[in-house]
Write a protein that binds this ligand. Structure first.
Ligand SMILES: Cc1ncc(COP(=O)(O)O)c(C=O)c1O
Length: 345
């Protein structure tokens, strides 16, 4: 025990990110990345980027990017905060919307980073168990937390909760509700942006990592009431989004059609794989995301299948635990990658 290390940090179990292997020729279906490249506009701005400007600090408040996101989302720029990935936005939200000794709440299972961020901030993490099948359940009226993290569609299940049920919950929850829409572009046009516009306690959080094929760039953003955005903004690093990332993100957001074409392709692949896996006896949680949460047929253990796929150089994700340990989470890759997975099964 080193007494210089804060006890909460000493005790913290760090988040385990999906493996980023250094081995070539792996089929990587473990971290919900997009199998298709970002817009050609991204390659163009990178080629033409004025390298000498890297001498200068970036715009601390991402003005151009916030204007673009605001116009696309039907809000004003003071309703947008851009972060270094949406993980940064989540960390800022826990910091801003909990008091010392306070609590954050979320459904269980959900994004496994949330409890780590809560522990790092030394606030309690309360969970609301999802029912069998992982569909919506109304959180109890007395859930004691000042922030509710609600992933829609949820991860790792892929389930999309009805927007009206979320609206009802937001209207009765006394704290802030952050709707994490990391995967919403794969959900067929449904989203909770209207809640962020209408309710002064709702933030919607999005990322360019998934649908825009830019996980390597680190851009996420929050949309909500100006007072909530201003609170997050006070806490962010002064220059939290670098110059290159701001330029590239803007180019990507000016070619939304490219992103939409890719998401359509991924959704078509997802539906084909659902049918194929069902034929092979898997049970599949209905997914509105770019991944599937599937339980293997009777007699096969998810954990063994995970290890056998890895031997065949196919990486998927396995989350041990009482609620998740029966399942594998499989990101949707190209059609060829998914055919290789089906052949391996
Ligand atoms: C539900 C959810 N939210 C947020 C993130 C983080 O995204 P970003 O790459 O923007 O930090 C992820 C990444 O996997 C996620 O699954």
């Amino acid at each position: 025990m080193n007494p210089s290390i804060r006890p909460s940090v000493q005790d913290l179990t760090a988040y385990t990110p999906g493996e980023q292997p250094k081995v070539d020729k792996l089929i990587k279906l473990n971290t919900n990345e997009n199998p298709y490249p970002p817009s050609p506009a991204v390659a163009r701005v990178l080629r033409e980027f004025p390298v000498e400007t890297l001498r200068l600090y970036p715009d601390p408040v991402c003005s151009a990017l916030r204007e673009r996101i605001a116009a696309w989302s039907g809000v004003t720029p003071d309703q947008v905060l851009v972060g270094n990935g949406s993980d940064e936005v989540l960390r800022l939200a826990i910091w801003a919307f909990t008091a010392p000794g306070g609590a954050v709440a979320a459904f269980e299972p959900t994004y496994s980073l949330y409890p780590v961020l809560a522990a790092a901030e030394e606030v309690a993490y309360r969970t609301v168990a999802l029912p069998e099948g992982f569909g919506w359940t109304d959180p109890p009226h007395d859930v004691e937390a000042s922030l509710f993290l609600l992933t829609n569609p949820n991860a790792p299940t892929g389930v999309f909760y009805p927007v009206e049920a979320i609206r009802d919950f937001c209207q009765r929850f006394p704290g802030v509700v952050l709707v994490d829409e990391a995967y919403v572009d794969f959900s067929g046009g449904r989203d909770c942006l209207a809640l962020a516009r209408d309710c002064d306690n709702v933030l919607v959080c999005r990322t360019l990592s998934k649908s825009f094929s830019l996980a390597g760039l680190r851009i996420g953003y929050a949309i909500g009431a100006p007072a909530l955005i201003a609170a997050l903004s006070k806490l962010k690093d002064s220059y939290n989004v670098d110059r290159l990332a701001q330029t590239v993100a803007l180019a990507a957001l000016e070619d939304v059609a490219w992103m939409q074409d890719n998401t359509r392709r991924i959704v078509a692949t997802r539906e084909r794989v659902v049918a194929e896996l069902a034929r092979r006896g898997f049970s599949i949680v209905p997914s509105a995301a770019n991944f599937l949460f599937v339980a293997p047929p009777a007699g096969l253990l998810a954990q063994d299948l995970f290890a056998q796929l890895r031997e065949k150089k196919i990486l998927v994700r396995y989350f041990p635990g009482p609620r998740t340990g029966r399942y594998l989470r499989i990101s949707i890759g190209t059609d060829a990658e998914m055919d290789a997975l089906l052949a391996a099964f």
